[in-house]
Design a protein around this ligand. Sequence first.
Ligand code: ADP
Ligand code: MG
Length: 831
Amino acid sequence: SEKTVSDQEKVQIKKLSQPAVFIPVDRLAEIQESRLKLPVLAEEQVIMEAVRENPCIIICGETGSGKTTQVPQFLYEAGYASGSGIIGITEPRRVAAVSMSHRVAKEVNLSTRVVSYQIRYEGNVTDETKIKFMTDGVLLKEIQKDFLLQKYSVIIIDEAHERSVYTDILIGLLSRIVPLRNKKGLPMKLLVMSATLRVEDFTDNRKLFKIPPPVIKVDARQFPVTIHFNKRTPLEDYTAEAFHKTCKIHRMLPPGGILVFLTGQAEVHGLCRKLRKAFPFRKGNTTTGEDEEADSSEAMRKFKKAKQKKPVSLPRIDLDNYSALPVDEGDEDRDAGIGEDEDEGSDLDIGDDTADKEEKADPSIPLYVLPLYSLLAPEQQAKVFRPPPSGTRLCVVATNVAETSLTIPGIKYVVDCGRVKKRFYDRVTGVSSFKVSWTSQASANQRAGRAGRTEPGHCYRLYSSAVFGDFSLFSEAEITRRPVEDLVLQMKDLNIDKVVNFPFPTSPSAEALIAAEQLLVSLGALKEPPRTGSIKQIEQARLSCPITPLGSAMASFPVAPRYAKMLALGKQQDCLPFVIAVVAAMTVREIFEDLNRPAGSEDENSELTQRRARLTQMRRLWAGQGASLLLGDLMVMLGAVGACEFAGCTPKFCEENGLRYKSMVEIRRLRGQLTNAVNAVCPEVGVFVNPRMAPPTEHQVVCLRQIVLAGLGDHLARRVQAEDLLDPKWKNGYKTPLMDEPVFIHPTSALFKKLPEFIVYQEIMETSKMYMRGVSAVEAEWVPLLLPQYCHFGTPLESPSPWVCSSTGTIRCHRRSTFFRVGWQLPAVEK
Ligand code: ADP
Ligand code: MG
């Protein structure tokens, strides 16, 4: 009843046929109380007025101010989901989509049938859904099906500051969709929400918004955070440094949660383990670590289910239930006590500026250590939001996810390593690698801000202020850093033929767009541009190739175009289950334990050497013999997945056989997802995930090698020929069309000894040499058939047409056809 609507507003509402119904929400008292503390609530009126009056608005506010959880509720209460349209919110991270949908459902006191999420091929959306959280990729897919997004009355693009590629494209697309909808009398609203500033990319970009959208700033009641820089030059071993700093904070500083920023999952687990060892507090417990908890979460789920069925007979063990008694204070790290380590003691600044120093730190308080990263199981993730067991101090060791997507309550101290893990790509070769590099000033300040949410806090930077001064101001938009072929394919599938003209908030380089277009043409996903006409016409045509039916099929799979092509082709000869398994295995970062020889362990008899020999042996076994061996490392992957599933995919099996358990679990999940995707695309095929897949027949192995060649055609390599061997560096080397240097088959590869003449590889990783990973042997005579785009077929007598296809359906390749650039002679084929 307080929410009276003025006459003028009523007119406006009517004019835009907007909802005038207010939907009551019945929140629990405690929820109501905590949300009243959120800064965004003070802006509800302003935001809703702006939404009513403008088609697009931008909301800027500190992380934790309540944007993600509250703004959808404002819209819901104002009736934006009361008609036929629903409220859609996109997140760049899966974690955020899932966790935020649960949180909002809880806050509005409605079931997950009404407040739901959708990520890739998994979700709980129903007909009753009114508020839908999803990843940005999911909404992009929906635009492909319905360009006007008629299902939605509002779209909120969250975390726009992250500048994820899909988010950028969505903003570009929605800048066109929203006016189109309003013109058609189907009004729609767009809200862009971002944490840090630099909204100029959106507001000052006339290509994007003709009229700049209003920007609403949410003032966060941020408490002061004292920044402490390291005095030393930055250390390489920042995890050790983070450990010492955290121990010190815990021992010496008053209560308050600690949040440590590291770069990756492995580091996070490493530090968690060390901290738990340093501060063990579970009674009689010495070994239990989060690793095991996380690893066995699957088993745990099953176990819990079993327990529900038989509630009486099993003893109840709850890993969350600590009898939080400090056990041992005499561990090695205690000695490095206050002020003893000069370098560090000083920059903790205990004393003067610690406002609440009268609250004496109690060294006997147990430390409750939790990991947080994006691939962590949701039930593990949810733990960080719960209050720590009473009498303990919370310590969350996190990756970048804690920077802006998730706000952990009660943090007073931040330890920032100043680094971030990023994927780097070589534009020419497509070689990619993860590298840890310095973060940006904006990110570092975001991280620091996490300490001042509820009271004044402290941020300990494990680097000097000079180093900070050298950081870039903002992180680059992802779109400018990565190959864009999957994007270009998605956009073509949306009938955006001239991708260069698209209103990107930040445009990728023309060079990258051209490279993408060429790859897609060569994969057969885009129509080959005509080669006749004026130079300008040819140039134009090259940049606006329309999509082919194969391309459309490929665009419907949630994997990179090369793999999408394999999936699209996979149904032949009943190969699909194998293709799905191989693609899943190739998409997961690393499925095998690293067998590289670590420096300084040359001892033939060492345990490590023996283990390595045994595991290599095992891989050879999986690769099989004869025909199947030619599928090479992909056969090893298939064998590993198959064997592991037969063994029930247990951590023990993985450990014994040199497989990464987490990767195997991920592969299983991906197989399910890809199978759903394939079934959605071509229901007539009807594949099922049979975890216990029988190995492929020899016949199928041949088909698989061809499918792999079709997908990885631009990764063809040929063993160096005799004439090149004058230079010893080429010994056992392979030549690729794009590189001048030799590349090699890795010693752990199934084909290391075999050295087939023609191979395709999954990727090249540079370590001591340029090594190819994921190698399969292919036959030269398949190349003209499967990769016509890469071949020159012309003989002087023939027309430029690459390919003779007579009325009988015979495909014939000319004698003397060659593989492009390198001019490899290919055999003539008739089919
Ligand atoms: P923003 O989007 O502006 O960064 P959020 O809406 O994510 O802010 O967070 C608002 C508040 O809600 C924060 O204090 C956060 O800790 C709290 N919150 C978010 N998710 C949960 C959850 N699952 N359980 C408890 N509190 C949560
Ligand atoms: Mg948010």
